[in-house]
Design a protein around this ligand. Sequence first.
Ligand SMILES: Cc1cc2nc3c(=O)[nH]c(=O)nc-3n(C[C@H](O)[C@H](O)[C@H](O)COP(=O)(O)O)c2cc1C
Length: 290
Amino acid sequence: MPRADAPDPAVNDEHLVIEPTVLYVGTPVYLVVTENADGTANLAPASSHWALGRMLVLGLEADGQSAQNLLERPQLTVNFPAAKQWREVERLSAVTGRDPVPDAKADQYRFEPRKFELAGFSAQPSDLVSPPRVREAPLQFEGRVRRMTSGVDAGYFMVEVEVVRVHALPELNVPGTQHVDPHAWHPLIYSFRHFFDRGEQVGWTRKSPTAASLPDVSGRAQPEASRVARTPLEELERWESFGGTWALRELTDDGAIVSLCRCDGGEEVSRIVSADPAFVSRAAEQEVQS
Ligand SMILES: Cc1cc2nc3c(=O)[nH]c(=O)nc-3n(C[C@H](O)[C@H](O)[C@H](O)COP(=O)(O)O)c2cc1C
């Protein structure tokens, strides 16, 4: 069998080559609050961002008031609205806090100094930074800009923000922990210029700190200790101990691929791909099944 990572040009490509006008595949909307020169707050919706550890990187247009404020006063709050608040967000889609409105935006935007009122949001004082939070946003980050880097075309900035405080509504918090409950949290997803709620959970990663309370293949809650790192063989044996079945899919000199299947319908839930000798030896007890 050919390796899955070796492209086979003989296999028909079902994808189309397209030229979409935007590449917004789907990220949560956030509301960035910055401080204007006169001490008032500016509020703007955005979605371009990613997070690693305590750092957030925001993609902000260079001619926006938010970016200008951050160059001069590098503190902000990043507030995440819930999916059901999309109408409030959309009320901010044609305004800027920049006066005069930059020429490039003049046909689509107007200056609005009172964006909280326009959206129907209210300001809430922050603990550690000067700009206020958006009271109605269930999840709020206070942050300080550590670096702003101009993009390749100077039309945008990459804003590296250190998050210094996180505020969450009580219903989003797993009681007795520092964790956000992913089942309770409904970010507003912006995908190809449409707003979405998230769908049903389809799975979770082994590092999830909140998966312990979820039922596993056997329907039993996973004990805390079940989330420690395991060898591939231990992973397989643990699956069996919960009543799951498995099937050997591939056995090569590079290792073995095993499908982990539900005990009820036999549906594949996950895979183990490993060259670990103990795992391969155990997997090889089965015949390869297609
Ligand atoms: C849903 C949504 C997502 C947006 N995403 C971004 C974004 O990621 N970055 C950005 O600079 N502008 C984004 N915008 C556009 C800004 O909100 C817009 O340029 C606004 O005028 C900025 O306000 P300001 O000039 O007061 O900063 C988005 C707008 C909406 C409605």
